[in-house]
Design a binder for this molecule. Sequence first.
Ligand code: ASP
Length: 344
Amino acid sequence: MIHRRRILKWGTMGFGSMIITPKIFSTPKKIIMGKKPLVISTWDAGINANKGAWKILREKGRALDAVEAGVMITEAEKDNCCVGLSAYPDRDGHVTLDASIMDEYGNAGSVAFIERIKHPISVARRVMEKTPHVMLAGSGAQQFAVEQGFPLEEDKLSDSAQKAYDEWLKKSEYKPVKNIENTKGQNAFAPNKLSNGSFNHDTIGMIAIDAQGNLSGSCTTSGLAFKMRGRVGDSPIPGAGLYVDNEVGAAVSTGVGEEVIKICGTHTVIEAMRHGMNPEEACKFAVERVIKRNSAEKIKDIQVAFIAIDKNGNYGGYAIQKGFNYAVCYADDYNELIDSKYSL
Ligand code: ASP
């Protein structure tokens, strides 16, 4: 076995020909040392998204290209409650999207409250690369996207979103519930039951380190379902939903964006790593800050989670509530591809 695994060398065969070994870890206690390249992303949707990123990373491509390509897969899903144009709308019945991206130079681009654009992450990248700005919002972001050649999609809810919205309108209650896969009610984190019986989840946040040791990150979401019109979450805000510092690491968040914004969540994670914490400890540090700011009564209904990679390719995550998971993809010491999921 050892001989066989040793034969599977990165240089000789390329990652594409390697065996994929799915592994499910029940706790995140173990910090995996020094993986490069490596990509991790939030929730179950991250498993598919990582595959898109991995195609680029295995060819020693740039982490920035990987994190864009990876989350584009999720944005294009036809039945995702929480990312892209199939997602659940705001309380006025419109899907509005937030996205951000950061590269290894600390450049950032984002779009907020953008409508009718299939790939907000790519518009965010164009903002970063083609404008002197960091963030464009609303109709201005849409106008920029169209000028850049992005098609304006039909203003129509997906069947699943329409159904959920019709249901929500009956009571019009706005109440975030901590883990969408554990709840069947129609609420701000309303679940979208897939044909295989599982529930799709919220925001996809992806961070990666490439073979050259450079870090990048992306984050894309429809935000909270049935939110107030005009509401913007943490995902498009550098330092809140996503932060990358190539000297230290990368971090991304998911959960109730308002709580993440108030503690500058991912920036807090990066600064904690800068001062010596490992990725899991740093994520825990930020989560504890959210907990400290809220009453015990309020916190029991709030989910906030962070995942992080440091500059050496160590990774970890932490969440307020059980039920959060993230997907991990790297090549092990024998250059065998490991495709895993961590449940917290
Ligand atoms: N953080 C996102 C927001 O508040 C929601 C999520 O992670 O699902 O917009």
